[in-house]
Design a protein around this ligand. Structure first.
Ligand SMILES: Cc1cc2nc3c(=O)[nH]c(=O)nc-3n(C[C@H](O)[C@H](O)[C@H](O)COP(=O)(O)OP(=O)(O)OC[C@H]3O[C@@H](n4cnc5c(N)ncnc54)[C@H](O)[C@@H]3O)c2cc1C
Length: 397
């Protein structure tokens, strides 16, 4: 195995790290404060600088302003961006837009790409992905899908109820999963629905444990006779479950990359405190209990990084089916790691860690969702155990 980066990728990583350190981290609090007040001046300025530096949407092909990085390159860069909760948005690589861009790139017709992918890639609009429904509809088990799309002449009529559509309230368009037949495998299809189309009601942004930040506001929608043209179908009729799975596997990995970056930064902040705070006659960093927490954090982050790389390596070779349980392992491990590292960081910083003078409490509130969104831990655990028990999980590369 060769873990070295190509000279180009190493240089790009250095550029992103410098951009993060010199431009994004000093403005992080401004972006967060402005966002809470419904403004985005600083974010837009940073995006403009990133665009000029050729660092915007690096995951997309050159025709959309990117660098055609591929998933292995994304592993390297997204981790750097993830060091701040606003970093990925500065480079237009945040969820859910980044996963939606990839899906549109692969499955949208040229007309749909021109209408939606172009503006999305340029950062002129945002999007949402609407799969989850309140009980008894689709949740951890997508086969509970209740939203329906019925063909009515040359249009589809959509009726249903969705929630937890991240970023939906501000999005220009939604990618909506709806039932188009009763078949267990081919019963769902994906549609691009304009967010302000007649029949689409944004009921509310749900108040959650997580702070409202940038696109990370969870919307609830009702669809009542929403009409979408035939051309708004993404892929083929009946491909909905397949496409959602194809979107979710790399999307889970890109979450891992960003979460690993935030865990890295958390450990960096711990290092600064432990190496400066004296307690019982020595630095905190010299106390074994503190070293044990650092060890746990550093080794879990390293393991998560290797898992993410390995799964990305499978995807880069088109081995998507094989990659699925490895994506489940990586996503579960990294989500738990981020929560644990943040919890330990609070402990290592004592009262300071618990206060809002440090960012851990804010970050933890967002991080907790990682163990639920894109499939709760228990579902991933079931997938991995099933594949292991039936011999479908070769544990070595
Ligand atoms: C912050 C956030 C953002 C999200 N963004 C989006 C989005 O943009 N688009 C979207 O479509 N969805 C989104 N979701 C929804 C998310 O994907 C679902 O919450 C998740 O799939 C679980 O579904 P559910 O909430 O309906 O839980 P349920 O299906 O009701 O499950 C509840 C709990 O039961 C347990 N459980 C479920 N199945 C099993 C099983 N097989 N074995 C053992 N235990 C099980 C788990 O502990 C699970 O947490 C988001 C969620 C969060 C929290």
């Amino acid at each position: 195995m060769d873990f070295s980066l190509s000279p180009d990728l190493a240089a790009l990583r250095h550029e992103i790290r410098s951009f993060m350190d010199e431009r994004v981290l000093p403005k992080e609090n401004d972006v967060i404060r402005e966002d809470a007040a419904g403004q985005d001046g600083t974010l837009k300025q940073l995006q403009q600088v990133a665009r000029k530096a050729g660092l915007f949407v690096p995951h997309l092909p050159a025709e959309y302003g990117g660098r055609g990085l591929g998933i292995l390159g994304m592993c390297t860069l997204f981790r750097e961006m993830g060091r701040s909760p606003v970093g990925a948005r500065v480079f237009n690589c945040d969820a859910p837009d980044q996963g939606n861009m990839d899906l549109l790139l692969q499955k949208a017709s040229p007309a749909l790409r021109e209408r939606w992918l172009g503006p999305l890639a340029r950062g002129e609009m945002t999007s949402a992905f609407c799969m989850t429904e309140p009980a008894p509809g689709a949740g951890a088990d997508p086969s509970n899908l209740r939203t329906r799309a019925v063909k009515d002449g040359s249009v589809w009529r959509i009726d249903g109820h969705k929630w937890y559509s991240t970023g939906g309230g501000r999005a220009s368009f939604l990618i909506v999963m709806a039932r188009t037949s009763e078949d267990a495998r081919t019963g769902a299809s994906l549609f691009i629905v304009e967010r302000n189309a007649p029949g689409v009601t944004h009921v509310r942004d749900i108040k959650t444990l997580g702070p409202d930040l940038l696109a990370h506001r969870e919307a609830e929608f009702r669809f009542e006779g929403a009409r979408v043209p035939e051309e708004a179908l993404l892929g083929e009729v009946g491909e909905g479950f397949l496409l959602a799975q194809a979107r979710l596997i790399p999307a889970r990995l890109t979450h891992c990359m960003r979460w690993l970056g935030l865990a890295d930064r958390t450990l960096e902040l711990c290092k600064a405190y432990l190496t400066s705070r004296l307690s019982f006659g020595k630095l905190l960093a010299q106390h074994q209990a503190m070293q044990a927490m650092l060890f746990d954090g550093a080794s879990a982050v390293h393991a998560g990084n290797l898992m993410t790389w390995h799964c990305a390596w499978l995807l880069a070779q088109g081995r998507t089916k094989e990659a699925r349980p490895y994506a489940s392992i990586a996503k579960t491990h990294v989500a738990r790691t981020l929560c644990k590292v943040l919890d330990d960081a609070i402990q290592m910083h004592g009262g300071l860690g618990y206060s809002e003078d440090m960012p851990f409490a804010l970050w933890y509130r967002s991080a907790r969702a990682a163990r639920i969104a894109d499939g709760p831990d228990e579902v991933h655990l079931g997938v991995v155990a099933r594949d292991y028990l039936t011999g479908k999980l070769p544990l070595l590369v």
